[in-house]
Design a protein around this ligand. Structure first.
Ligand code: ASP
Ligand code: MG
Length: 396
């Protein structure tokens, strides 16, 4: 909801649906860049704001848009009420700025629906057990919507965004990228975690958990979008459904690590204790009683990781460490790769043809990720998209 003319447009669409006889709960996110603007505002005051006050501040963006949308709907002659996360009964854990919803008390929602009102809920926020406002992490309105859909046993959960749906890759990098008609929860989760910003990862986890199909579609047009659900017919024909990349990664290598039980534990326990989540981990083949262990973290965690590693290498008697923040992770995702041999070879082949060097590799049932030089990332994505013929997918 960029500006008031778009709010009026959303209001028209809501009223249309309502007049077709639907009961509706509409979850809104903040207008345009207003969340970023609020963050910038706080930075003018302090570099180190209290997490509680930060959530108090950021939750206002959604309150603004919920009230404005309610006004717009009301002026079209439909009964409507806006509610904050708290009024909608959303209870979260204690973690400010990335709280998880633990319960929904939907009495108020049910009562308002029974009164034939459209309900507008301020997304991205709830209340913790101290009665304080919490927020759910950037993009968290998606999660509010899915959790409310689950709680109310909704027939449908639609997520409106500024693109037509989920694409085989970022269309800004590969203009030939295709919109997917369907994608599985697991594939969507991988894509969401690996950098595709269409959906809040937690919203996909919740949708999978409650078995709620999501329809991701554009708020600018009526085109059908992408359905996210458990199984897709595509799996049979498509080995790979998406290619994605993230530049928010850094690689660390600890070398000359004694080959003894408990050493990896010491290194990664320290990182975990400092709340650093590690993604890929690779241990080299042992030679002369020592190993090298490499791993990746997000760039935001790099500084803290280096401090931590500096301490642990002394404790475990490793020879030293190096790091490289100038890397990116490129991944191919597809539920079909499980049953199709040769996907890894195809991926490495495509990168070799472009003369792109692979620094690290990791795999799961439905994805393969490679660490490459930052400046190679876009070229790698283009090559992989082409290699797996994602520009020519036939979904019917
Ligand atoms: N306004 C919040 C954000 O920008 C939540 C959302 O948009 O879903 O992250
Ligand atoms: Mg969003």
């Amino acid at each position: 909801m960029g500006d008031t003319s778009r709010i009026k447009n959303v209001a028209r669409r809501v009223v249309e649906q309502y007049r077709q006889g639907n009961q509706m709960v509409v979850v809104v996110s903040a207008m345009g860049d207003s969340t970023d603007d609020l963050i910038a505002l706080s930075r003018q005051i302090t570099d180190n704001p209290s997490p509680r006050e930060m959530d108090m501040l950021l939750s206002t963006g959604e309150r603004v848009s919920s009230a404005l949308l309610a006004m717009a709907i009301k002026s079209l002659g439909v009964e409507v009420i806006s509610l904050t996360g708290r009024q909608a009964g959303i209870k979260t854990d204690m973690v400010y700025s990335k709280a998880r919803i633990i319960d929904v008390d939907n009495d108020r929602l049910r009562a308002e629906l029974a009164n034939s009102r459209v309900i507008i809920v301020a997304g991205f926020q709830g209340l913790n057990e101290y009665g304080d406002v919490t927020t759910l992490g950037r993009g968290g309105s998606d999660t509010t919507a899915v959790v409310l859909a689950a709680s109310l046993h909704a027939d449908l959960c639609e997520i409106y965004t500024d693109v037509d749906g989920v694409y085989t890759t970022d269309p800004r990098v590969v203009p030939e990228a295709c919109k997917l008609d369907t994608i599985t929860y697991d594939e969507m989760l991988e894509l969401a975690h690996l950098g595709a910003a269409v959906l809040h990862p937690r919203s996909v986890e919740c949708a999978k958990h409650y078995g709620i199909p999501l329809h991701v579609r554009s708020s600018f047009n009526d085109n059908p979008g992408t359905i996210v659900k458990e199984e897709t017919d595509l799996e049979i024909s498509m080995v790979i459904t998406g290619v994605t990349y993230t530049k928010n990664v850094a690689k660390l290598a600890v070398f000359g690590v004694p080959d003894q039980p408990g050493v990896a534990y010491q290194i990664f326990k320290k990182l975990a204790d400092n709340n650093i989540s590690v993604d890929m981990i690779v241990q080299s083949a042992m030679r002369d009683g020592i190993n090298d262990i490499s791993f990746t973290v997000t760039q935001d965690d790099l500084h803290k990781s280096l401090e931590t590693v500096e301490e642990t290498i002394k404790e475990v008697g490793a020879q030293g460490y190096t790091y490289n923040a100038d890397v990116a992770m490129v991944s191919v995702v597809g539920a079909g790769m499980n049953s199709n041999p040769g996907v890894a070879a195809m991926m490495f082949g495509a990168l070799a043809e472009e003369n792109i060097n692979i620094h690290m590799i990791s795999t799961s049932d439905i994805k393969i990720s490679c660490i490459v030089k930052n400046s190679d990332a876009e070229q790698a994505v283009k090559a992989l998209h082409k290699k797996f013929a994602l520009d020519k997918i036939d979904q019917n």
